[in-house]
Design a protein around this ligand. Structure first.
Ligand SMILES: NC(=O)c1ccc[n+]([C@@H]2O[C@H](COP(=O)([O-])OP(=O)(O)OC[C@H]3O[C@@H](n4cnc5c(N)ncnc54)[C@H](OP(=O)(O)O)[C@@H]3O)[C@@H](O)[C@H]2O)c1
Length: 339
């Protein structure tokens, strides 16, 4: 019998949170390769907040995923068979693939993934695939921090947020992190060197920000949206930059989300407010990777990788992102790395 692959299929559009029947796991035979194609054995799959957005019918930066299609995700895999000289058997590849343990593709949109010396493969993929470039671009190219600036980051203990805060520290900023548990806040302060941390579940965020950012905010890095964006906007300094990286608190909402109420400060404080999609910066990834790898090797960038095992557990794992159940970059290990 030929190889069988398991795939998650988009079954039913969720109204709010992802439900038990939103995605279904099914098996299909793996087809024989045609010229130019490769067979990928998936090793790791990145879980990203935007996965929920792909299941909506919103008008976004990508075509909505049609019902019946295989679920999409960022994959790191090993080439198991190849009819394509760019991707020899045994090499590592990364790209936007499907939630599958075996993937047959013509390799368009896939790129070779070098194995960085001295960094575990899971860490390299977890940080370099999406989170690291997002933190780098969002903070440095859009937030444009200057030494002495106060930088506030929300979802600060998450994959992107933890890197943003540390990169801001490396650029001489005062960093205030907002997170949803005492453990996360302790890690940010004691291990990552954030200057101040706020557990938004325990105290009023605006009051706490007034205390922890007494000179106002120069760069607000938004990962959450809603009340958290509003609190940041309220305390922005003249000429400040508001980086809209993510609005995770709104992704499960089928109703229009109100606010932000303090939008007038965009005028009153002459703010620059800018969103971005990291996929648009793919051509510059080698440059970001070189810097990120340097900081990872030197220990200047610390991170947590949260791995859940098994393709079959992917949906439960994804849900963690919207409840704060993840501790660091969330990934699913689909198969062991042979090396
Ligand atoms: N623009 C881009 O190209 C781009 C690329 C990658 C990621 N992003 C965005 O960056 C953000 C962070 O992504 P990530 O992958 O690094 O995820 P993450 O921060 O590792 O995980 C998500 C975290 O968000 C917090 N959260 C979830 N729902 C919340 C809610 N309703 N209210 C407040 N906090 C909530 C939780 O942390 P707490 O426990 O602290 O609440 C959760 O752990 C997301 O908004 C994502 O869409 C954007």
């Amino acid at each position: 019998m030929g190889q069988i692959a398991r795939h998650w299929y988009f079954n039913k559009r969720p109204k709010d949170v992802i439900e038990a029947d939103t995605l279904v796991l099914r098996e299909d035979p793996v087809p024989a390769l045609e010229p130019g194609q490769i067979l990928i054995r998936s090793l790791y799959m990145s879980l990203d907040a935007t996965n929920r957005v792909w299941l909506s019918d919103w008008d976004t930066y990508m075509d909505p995923l049609p019902i019946g299609a295989r679920m999409l995700g960022f994959i790191l895999g090993e080439v198991a068979e190849s009819q394509n000289p760019t991707f020899p058997k045994g090499s590592l590849v990364t790209g936007l693939g499907t939630w599958s343990d075996w993937i047959v593709t013509d390799a368009e949109g896939w790129a070779p993934f070098p194995r960085p010396e001295g960094i575990p493969l899971s860490d390299a993929f977890g940080i370099l695939a999406v989170a690291g470039p997002t933190a780098y671009v969002g903070l440095l190219e859009i937030g444009k921090p200057k030494p002495g600036d106060t930088v506030v980051v929300t979802a600060a203990a998450g994959a992107v947020g933890a890197l943003v805060g540390q990169i801001a520290k490396l650029h001489g900023c005062r960093v205030v992190g907002v997170a949803g548990s005492d453990d996360k806040c302790k890690w940010l302060r004691d291990d990552l060197g954030f200057d101040a941390v706020i557990n938004y579940r325990k105290e009023n965020l605006l009051d706490a920000l007034k205390r922890e950012a007494p000179n106002g905010i120069d760069v607000h890095f938004e990962n959450v949206g809603g009340d958290q964006l509003d609190a940041g906007l309220t305390l922005m300094n003249e000429g400040g930059r508001v980086v809209i990286c993510g609005l995770i608190s709104t992704y499960n909402s089928s109703e229009p989300v109100p606010g932000p109420y303090m939008f007038r400060n965009v005028i009153m404080k002459r703010l620059t407010i800018q969103g971005f999609v990291i996929l648009d910066y793919a051509a510059h990834f080698p440059e970001y990777h070189a810097k990120l790898i340097e900081w990872m090797r030197s220990g200047e960038l610390k991170y947590r990788i949260h791995i859940e095992d098994g393709l079959e557990n992917a949906v439960d794992a994804l849900r963690m992102l919207y409840t704060g159940g993840n501790n660091g970059k969330l990934m699913v290990r689909i198969a062991p790395d042979a090396r």
